[in-house]
Design a binder for this molecule. Structure first.
Ligand SMILES: [Zn+2]
Ligand SMILES: [Zn+2]
Length: 318
């Protein structure tokens, strides 16, 4: 029996804010004219390619959690600009639970992770440098480390990430703490109440554990399951909720089996939400993902990126 994480990490932000609509411009073929692309337009072009939501069974996320889903309009109502306009940086550290220190990721982990993240979240700068001694000292003197109990709690780690974020002279958009120790939901007293990861958009804190993604001899950063978790939690920090419309990276996940089956791609609705914030070039993004996923030998994910790119190109020439 797999332990079932019970935490429902839905994001319940309901604050209404004003969203300024933006447009990206891409030259048409044989013409210098530009064609505005709206989030809705991008979504509608890709909708025919959306894969249906996978069927679920007892123990899966949707059998245990009621999910309302989130439309593009609802996403816009939830979005808080916070610091994204000032800083599009996300800092990533390794949290070592043996000495409760934040450390830089080891070298082998960085190339695949940084390449994947930069392709997936264009225009976001991912930073992997170590904390300064001054920041580390400030963390220790803050007393936050003493709050950690026997089990590593996801609220504890997200609060630590938030604290690190605020320690920076120029706070990054979010801080992500990766750990190889199992994470637990502090509100769940059952012995098996572990979680894969957790994200708090209002605090700009993310934590993800690779403990459940271990495969024989495989570096965690090359593990498709771990990458899927990390991409999912980063999307949450952009106020993107769980998706119940299609097969999607933002589907909730309750077990290793569900995680292994999860798509690395966002469905058209969730893809439009990310586009709404980051204003990337979707052609370049799919081309980069096709190359990177193909290079990782994740054939299904590489092929899907190629198909989505073909669909966009076809729509752009019609
Ligand atoms: Zn989630
Ligand atoms: Zn979706």
């Amino acid at each position: 029996m797999l332990p079932i994480p019970r935490r429902n990490h839905l994001i319940r932000t309901k604050t209404k804010i004003e969203i300024v609509e933006f447009k990206t411009h891409r030259p048409r073929h044989n013409s210098q004219k530009t064609e505005p692309m709206t989030s809705e337009g991008l979504r509608d072009v890709l909708l025919p390619w959306a894969a249906p939501l996978r069927g679920h069974k007892t123990g899966d996320w949707l059998s245990e959690n009621f999910e309302e889903g989130q439309s593009l309009t609802e996403f816009r109502a939830a979005w808080k600009p916070r610091d994204i306009d000032r800083s599009q940086r996300i800092q990533i550290f390794r949290y070592d639970n043996s000495d409760q220190r934040l450390k830089p990721l080891s070298d082998p982990a960085i190339p695949p992770l940084s390449e994947i993240l930069r392709a997936y979240f264009p225009r976001v700068e991912f930073v992997f440098t170590a904390l300064s001694d001054q920041q580390q000292c400030a963390l220790v003197s803050s007393g936050i480390e003493k709050e950690n109990g026997r089990r590593l709690g996801c609220d504890f780690l997200v609060n630590l990430a938030s604290k690190v974020r605020k320690l920076s002279p120029e706070p990054p958009f979010a801080v992500t703490l990766l750990t190889e120790t199992d994470l637990h939901d502090e509100t769940d007293s059952s012995a098996d109440g572990w979680v894969f990861g957790y994200s708090e958009p209002n605090k700009g804190g993310i934590c993800v554990s690779w403990e459940r993604c271990k495969r024989d001899g495989e570096d965690f950063s090359r593990s498709r399951c771990f990458v899927s978790l990390l991409l999912h939690e980063i999307c949450h920090v952009f106020y993107i909720k769980h998706c119940v419309s299609f097969d999607c990276l933002m589907n909730g996940v309750n077990s290793e089996e569900e995680l292994a089956a999860q798509s690395l791609h966002l469905c058209p609705e969730c893809h439009a939400k990310l586009f709404d914030i980051l204003r990337f070039d979707p052609f370049d993004r799919f081309a980069s993902l096709r190359k990177i996923f193909g290079g990782m030998a994740w054939k299904r994910d590489g092929s899907l990126a190629a198909n989505l790119l073909a669909r966009l190109k076809e729509a752009n020439t019609n």
